[in-house]
Design a binder for this molecule. Structure first.
Ligand code: PEP
Ligand code: MG
Length: 580
């Protein structure tokens, strides 16, 4: 039966494919069907893994009983041992291996989902939270299993069918970044906001995505035929042949439009009245630099380095980071690369940082120890990154960008740590560019309202509109229940952006916008009219923005936008912006 669901459109385009229901852990494991004769062996493999995990917990229990060990450690080890011994978890897995011939890892995550879903029903918040412990126990067994797993790569397992559409309750940015190597056609989630990092990663992959669907995961079954309309925020389940034909046509038309845009790759990014406009790329991983070059970006305006820290147990050391940064610089030739220091926290988590201060369960993570705040309380970790970036600066034009600054003393502390990193490198006889520029992100209203220290102490600014909107309007950017209040056209937001651009221009300081507003072609003329001449966005958006630049008259826009900035009704503002 055909039906449709509506959510937030977060990444445009159309995907047509088969549903693939996932949970977090499912993304990490191979899923395949066993041959009948392999079932008995798989059961033994599973039982052995459970025994190993249980022995690991016993060993931990001994450690936890040592005098001085934290009391919570012994409590949590005890709880985990109990969960692992509970047949509710393990018997279900054995049954799935036996009856459905699922491989052990796959059976394990399916059973985990079943148990965890029951926990969601609990009234008691403490008990509901305990589902995290189940996930951790399952992860422990999975790790043992994967250590000895038969070699069947994730890639092969998940991409047997090319048009896979991932359907999930929620996806973390760390989950989504893995799609870069998994060839996913599109995805839909029940939770999430349009500028959550999950949505941002989707746009960087240029795959259609809709979030905040509420009931997709419960209404859709594996292998259902789906159409994801990422532009309108619609999901059609089990479409009839008429609808399917219509969407196939639209998909082809969209692809045609995209290929026409490719003609602009070598065109100069210049307005009708002769103003040059720089268009840079936002990247998450070093390999994205290639896409940036393909679309003719003027440089990398934002390298979100935190993605290098995700989906791994150990932190990347100085040499590994150095190689990653240097590889981007090398791909870019002589074009500038803006490397943002670690912006971990809020919705972006890294399990290798799980036990650090910033990754504890903060009561309000977006307002917690995120980004530069985290780095300043972990100076040793921060210095590793600073040294790696400085060392890479010897090989090309690197600019260092600091996220989430609000206070003058944070700028001072950061600059002092950069000096310290330089001293350490001199002592170890490493080469670096002593004049590497240091810039700050303007993404907290306090920063936009008090630009003085930024203009005096830094070399450039980059406006992060995603967080600037979140903090100005007090709207959690990941929370779908307030997504309707996330309003880039709010006059308060526009004033802060315009004021920052004008403040920087007055003293000839370079200023860019690297938040999602920069990649929205409907807003290009508005930003040009505010005086912006440097944009940074996902490579997939760059040519459409260039097209807008080439059709704009900057002088005329300045006058029209000045009038728009006097309006105080978001709907009136939107109307006028559309007319630009
Ligand atoms: C922003 O906040 O606009 C930004 C570019 O940074 P991020 O989206 O990574 O928080
Ligand atoms: Mg930000």
């Amino acid at each position: 039966m055909t039906f449709s669901l509506h959510g937030q459109a977060v990444s445009g385009g159309i995907a047509i494919g088969r549903a693939h229901l996932v949970s977090h852990a499912m993304l990490e494991v191979a899923q395949y069907q066993l041959r009948e004769r392999d079932v008995a062996g798989e059961l033994i493999r599973f039982d052995k893994a459970v025994a190993t995990a249980s022995a690991e917990l016993d060993a931990l229990r001994v450690d936890a009983s040592v005098p001085g060990a934290p009391a919570e450690l012994s409590a949590f080890v005890g709880l985990h041992a109990m969960i692992l011994a509970d047949p509710a978890l393990t018997n279900g897995v054995r049954e799935l291996i036996r009856e459905r011939r699922c491989n052990a890892e796959w059976a394990m995550v399916q059973q985990m989902q079943l148990v965890v879903d029951q926990f969601d029903e609990f009234e008691d918040a403490y008990l509901r939270e305990r589902k995290q412990d189940i996930v951790q126990v399952v992860e422990r067994v999975l790790k043992v299993l994967q250590g000895k797993a038969r070699k069947l790569s994730r890639r092969k397992a998940v991409t047997a069918d090319v048009d896979l559409i991932v359907v999930a309750n929620d996806l973390s940015p760390a989950d989504t970044i893995q799609f870069k190597s998994l060839r996913i056609g599109g995805f839909v989630t029940d939770l999430g906001g349009s500028t959550s990092h999950t949505a941002i990663v989707a746009r960087s992959l240029a795959i259609p995505a809709v979030v905040g669907m509420q009931h997709a995961r419960s209404l859709i079954q594996d292998d259902d035929l789906l159409i994801v309309d990422g532009t309108r925020g619609v999901l059609i389940v089990d479409p009839d042949s008429g609808v399917l034909a219509e969407y196939r046509l639209r998909k082809t038309e969209l692809e045609l439009e995209r290929s026409k845009l490719r003609r602009l790759v070598t065109s100069r990014s210049r307005t009708l009245d002769g103003e040059d406009v720089e268009l840079h790329a936002n990247i998450e991983l070093p390999q994205d630099a290639e896409r940036a070059m393909e679309v003719g970006a003027d440089g990398v305006g934002l390298f979100r380095t935190e993605f290098l820290f995700m989906n791994r147990d150990e932190l990347p050391d100085e040499d590994e980071q150095f190689e990653a940064y240097r590889s981007v610089v090398k791909s870019l030739g002589d074009k500038p690369v803006t490397i943002r220091t670690l912006d971990i926290g809020a919705d972006k988590n890294a399990r290798a940082l799980r036990n650090r201060a910033g990754n504890r369960n903060a009561p309000n993570p977006a307002l917690g120890l995120r980004a530069i705040r985290f780095c300043l309380v972990e100076p040793q970790l921060f210095l590793v990154q600073l040294r790696a970036i400085l060392r890479a600066s010897h090989y090309g034009a690197i600019r260092l960008l600091i996220p989430m600054l609000a206070h003058a003393h944070e700028i001072e502390q950061t600059l002092a740590l950069i000096e310290l990193a330089k001293t350490q490198l001199r002592e170890s006889r490493h080469k670096f560019d002593d004049r590497m520029e240091v810039g700050g992100m303007i993404e907290i209203p306090a920063a936009a309202l008090t630009l003085g220290p930024f203009l005096r102490r830094l070399d450039f600014l980059s406006i992060g509109t995603n967080d600037l909107i979140q903090y100005t309007l007090a709207i959690d950017r990941t929370d779908d229940s307030v997504a309707h209040l996330y309003e880039p056209m709010h006059p308060a937001v526009l004033k802060l952006i315009a004021q920052t651009i004008q403040g920087a221009r007055r003293v000839d300081m370079p200023v860019a916008v690297c938040g999602e507003m920069a990649g929205n072609p409907k807003l290009t003329k508005l930003l040009l009219g505010m005086g912006l001449r440097q944009f940074s966005m996902h490579p997939s958006q760059l040519l459409e923005v260039k097209q807008q630049v080439m059709m704009a008259d900057a002088a005329q826009l300045a006058a029209r936008v000045a009038k728009i900035l006097k309006l105080d009704e978001p709907s009136r503002i939107s109307e006028q912006v559309d007319k630009l």
